[in-house]
Write a protein that binds this ligand. Sequence first.
Ligand code: ADP
Length: 471
Amino acid sequence: MKRLQHPLGMRRSLRFKITVSFLLMTLITFTLFGILANVIFRKQFENYVIENLNQKNTGVVSTLESRYSDWSNQWDVAGLDNIGIGAMSDGLILRVSDQSGSVLWDAMVHDSGMCASMLQTMAQTMQRQNAGFDGGYTEKTYQITVRGNVVGSVAIGYYGPYFYTDNDISYLRTLNLIIVLVTVLVGAVSLVFATYMAKRLADPITRVIKTTDQISEGNYSNRLYETSNTREIVELTNAINTLAEKLEKQESLRKRLTADVAHELRTPLANLQSHIEAILDGVWEADERRLISCHEETIRLSKIVTDLEKLARLEGEGVSLNKTDIDLSALIRQVINSFEKELGSKSLTVKTALPEIHLHADGDRMTQILTNLLSNAVKYTPAGGTIALAAADENEKVRISVKDTGIGISQEDLPYIFERFYRADRSRSRDTGGSGIGLAIVKSLVTAHGGTIQAQSEPGKGSEFIILMPK
Ligand code: ADP
C-alpha cells in the first residue's frame, strides 16, 4: 500500500527525534547553566582577589612598621631588603621612603629587569584569561606609622586593578573543568535516559504500525494488546482496535450483503423462470392465477431494485434536505391514515400521544421515516396487536417513538437491523415482503437531520424505535 510522503525534508524515526530533542534540551540547559555559573563565579572571584590584594598590601605595611626602631629612630635597611624581595615574589613592587621622602629601598633599583618582566608576565597572563582585560601598572601609597608618628611611606606597585597568581589560575581552570565534566556527565546520563524513554515510547508505536499494516491487508481479526501507561498510546491502541472491530463487522456485513442480494434475486427469478417454462412447455395453462403469481414475483424484484436505488442515492449523493417548520403531530396522523387499510385488515389498535409539536425538518423525509417504521410495525405485529406512536419534547430535542406488540427482535440481531439487507428472520420477511432496506433508509434520513435512532426489543413482546431529532 502506498503511504503519503511528507513533501519536505527527510523523515526521521520518532525514537531518533525524542533522543535528539531530549539530549539537546539537557545540553542547552547545562551549557547555559555553566556559562551563568562561570560569569557569576568570576565576578565573585574578582572581588575576592581584589580584597586579597588589599590585605597583602596592609600586611606589607605592618611588616614594614616592624622594621623601624623607634628607640633609635632608624630603619633596619637590611630588613627592608628581605621584605622587598619577599613582596616581589607576591607580585608587588615596593618603594620605601623615610619621613623626609628619601628612598630607603626601591624594587626598581634592586632589580629593574625582574620588575619589568614580572609586569609583562602578569599582563600576558591577564590577557590570556580575558582578551579585553583593561589593566596596567597601578601604584598605591601607604603611610608607615609607628606609635602614632609617621615614620615613612611605601608605594606598592602591581599590575592592576587586580592580577591572578598561578594558584588563582589553576583554581579557575579546575572550576571550568568541573563545569565541563558535569555537563558531559549529565549529557551522557541524559543520552542513556533519552534512548530508554524513546525506546519505551517508540516500541509500542512500532508494534501498532505492524498490526495496523496487517489489519489493512485484510486481517481484520488482528487486535493490539499493549499494556502501556502512556495515555496516548492506550488511546491509540483502543482506537485501532475499535477500527479493526468495525472493519471486521463491515466485512462480514459486506459478505452477507452480497449473499443476500444474490439470494434475494435468485428466488423470484427462479420462480418466474420455472413458471414461464411450465407455461411454455404446456404443463401449466397461462391462466389468471399463474399470471398473477408471476406478476407478484416481478413486483417483488422491482421493489428490491427500487429500494436499492433509493438507498444508493441516499448514500452516494448524500441527503439534500428541504427543511421547513413542520407540524409533527399532524404529519404522524397523516401517516397513520395512509395505513388505514392494513391496520383494519389485521385488526391492529393504534394508540397515539401527540401533543402539538413543531420541528424544523424535511417534511417528505419525515413522512418516509415514519412510513417505514409504521410499515414494519404493521408487518411484524400479529393480528389484534397494538401500535403506539408518540412525540414529545425532550431537552432541546424531539423524541418520536413507534412501539408495537409484535414478534420482537433478538438481542443478536438488534445491533444489525439498520444495516442494508439485514433481516432478522429471512424466511419470515420473505413472506412479509421485506427486503431489509427500510431501516437503512430510515437511519440515513435521521442521521442527515442530525438525529439518532435506536431500537429496543424483546422477542415475543414487541419492539420500540426511538428517534431523537434536534429541534
Ligand atoms: P424489512 O423490509 O425486511 O422489514 P427493514 O430494514 O425495515 O427491512 O428491517 C430490517 C429487519 O428488522 C426486518 O427484516 C425485521 O427482521 C426487523 N424489524 C424491523 N422492524 C421490526 C419490528 N417492528 N418488529 C420486529 N422486527 C422488526
